[in-house]
Design a protein. Structure first.
Lengths: 344, 195
């Protein structure tokens, strides 16, 4: 007797599609032996329990919704500004050293222009904080804190307007902004403004025609280029926004280097970081051009954390031990050059 | 309906008025249900999550164009099932009409061990997961998701006869998984524990 034939009939019965003659055929078969009855029982149990089948899966509602929101916001921003791109920063592109010196010169040049732009016709009384040869910590009227990096200028009103808290920055600063739902905190730079919807971030304005960079550490930040009609980019914690006025490109970078604001945290962390990226972070942190003589070394990785008091000398010595490199100062441009060495 | 729990239709109306909070409520209401549905069908958690993300993303993006006749839940369910079918089509399940692949050679579960957990749901769940993929898929679509033979045939481009055969095969294999307990008179005991 063909077992499959009766299983098919049992299925039809369970699915309530069995014809009367099939029904009697099935009943005859069931009467025939206890085994048949047992098999029918088994099929029925399998049918019942199988109906409650659920493949296990973990659900994290909040994380999934966050992801969804990010996609929606990115999509809406893209719709408004078609040139936004999303990409990862590659090491070759990151290996740019010495911008800080160039930027500070550029800032001096544009300072006069800024003064005329910002001061003209304004009834607000402005205060200035300027750093030359050091960093400065500022407490603003609303409880916000600003750490101003060297060679930077922050202008802020003695008293904010009712509708907004507006300040102006040249150079680089880390902002920890007090939350005020009704008064957005707005930072003007020459190439664009940053409107804060949340809390802390690092802002680097290199000057007129130079790249503007915002690294968001917590909360949300809106970056708006200083060009009419150019739409804003909404950034989330862990994201960096880059605006290049030369090309007009507004970019979102999603992998924030742990050392992006090392000058503020005064700690350098490297976890399996390629040497090229390590040197870039160190260069930025100490404001010292460091070059690698042997390009084969660029992808050697290291794990290390340098705490607050580490000097450039300490850091270079640590690297020298790890990779067996020697460092010497280049006479022509004062850059430190690392020579020789091998990956571990 | 109390004020604190808006109906799906009220939520839809608010969503169409760009209310993100209403969107979040709808998301919370149906995310799990939709994820389980699509994961049951395609059986790959990451792809299932992507599919549900897509559905909600599109739902928000096209919110102004959405016209729902039969209810928000069936609409969303239909949307994720369509995604699942698109995925299955793109994967070109080895010719549905062709011969079955050999059954997976997973080591058979030790009935005694399974019994210790005394969980019939789990036994069946594992047995379903061990079915040949084509067989599992058709069982889930028919029995778990309750789709008609006609629709499954259309979506997977197979005959209703194939579906009938695959269901028979599935029930036979699943019966074998529960049979040890039936023949030893244990299933009734297990069932007592669970019903």
């Amino acid at each position: 007797m063909d077992e499959d034939f009766y299983i098919a009939l049992l299925y039809k019965r369970l699915d309530q599609r069995i014809e009367p003659e099939e029904q009697s055929q099935l009943e005859d078969w069931l009467q025939r032996s206890e085994d048949n009855q047992l098999m029918a029982d088994g099929i029925e149990k399998a049918w019942q329990a199988g109906g409650r089948y659920q493949k296990p899966i973990t659900v994290d509602l909040d994380a999934e919704f966050d992801l969804l929101e990010q996609r929606i916001e990115a999509d809406e921003a893209t719709k408004q500004a078609p040139r936004i791109q999303s990409r990862s920063r590659d090491n070759a592109q990151r290996f740019v050293i010495g911008w800080r010196i160039a930027a500070s010169i550029a800032l001096l040049v544009i300072a006069g222009w800024l003064a005329s732009q910002w001061m003209g016709g304004s009834a607000v009384e402005w205060q200035q904080a300027r750093t030359t040869g050091g960093k400065m910590e500022l407490a603003l009227e609303d409880g916000s804190k600003v750490w101003l990096n060297d060679q930077s200028l922050l202008e802020y009103p003695k008293q904010y307007a009712d509708s907004e808290r507006r300040v102006k920055l040249e150079g680089e600063a880390f902002f920890d902004i007090a939350k005020e739902a009704t008064r957005p905190f707005i930072i003007e730079t020459v190439e664009g403004t940053v409107q804060v919807l949340g809390t802390s971030f690092n802002l680097r304005s290199r000057g007129k025609g130079q790249q503007l960079e915002v690294e968001v550490h917590s909360g949300r930040v809106q970056l708006s280029p200083a060009i009419e009609g150019k739409e804003a980019l909404l950034l989330e914690a862990g994201q960096t926004g880059l605006y290049d006025p030369q090309s007009g490109q507004l970019e979102r970078i999603t992998d924030l280097s742990p050392n992006a604001a090392s000058w503020h945290s005064r700690r350098l962390i490297f976890i399996d970081a390629p040497l090229s990226a390590v040197l870039e972070d160190i260069s930025q942190h100490f404001g010292q051009d460091i070059q690698l003589a042997n390009p084969d070394m660029a992808n050697c990785t290291m794990i290390n954390t340098f705490e607050k008091d580490a000097s450039l000398e300490d850091v270079l010595n640590a690297i020298a031990i790890v990779f067996q490199v020697e460092h010497q100062i280049n006479d022509t441009d004062d850059a430190i050059v690392l020579k020789g060495g091998k990956c571990r | 309906m109390s004020k604190s729990t808006p109906t799906d239709e009220q939520l839809l109306e608010r969503i169409q008025a760009d209310d993100k909070a209403a969107f979040r409520l709808l998301f919370d209401r149906y995310y799990r249900y939709l994820l389980v549905t699509v994961n049951n069908v395609i059986g790959q958690p990451d792809l299932a999550k992507d599919a549900v993300q897509e559905v909600f993303f599109t739902f928000w993006k096209k919110r102004q164009d959405i016209h729902i006749k039969s209810g928000v839940k069936p609409y969303l369910r239909r949307a994720v099932l369509n995604r699942a079918f698109n995925f299955l089509k793109s994967r070109k399940l080895e010719s549905m009409e062709g011969p079955d692949l050999p059954d997976r050679e997973d080591e058979s579960p030790d009935p005694q061990k399974q019994l210790e957990s005394a969980d019939l749901e789990l036994i069946i769940q594992q047995a379903i997961d061990r079915l040949p993929e084509k067989c599992r898929l058709i069982f889930v679509l028919c029995r778990v998701e309750g789709l008609s033979h006609k629709e499954i045939a259309q979506q997977l481009d197979i005959s209703t006869k194939t579906i009938e055969n695959q269901m028979t095969k599935a029930l036979k294999l699943l019966k074998e998984a529960v049979q040890p307990y039936v023949s030893k008179g244990l299933l009734s005991l297990i069932l007592l524990l669970f019903y």
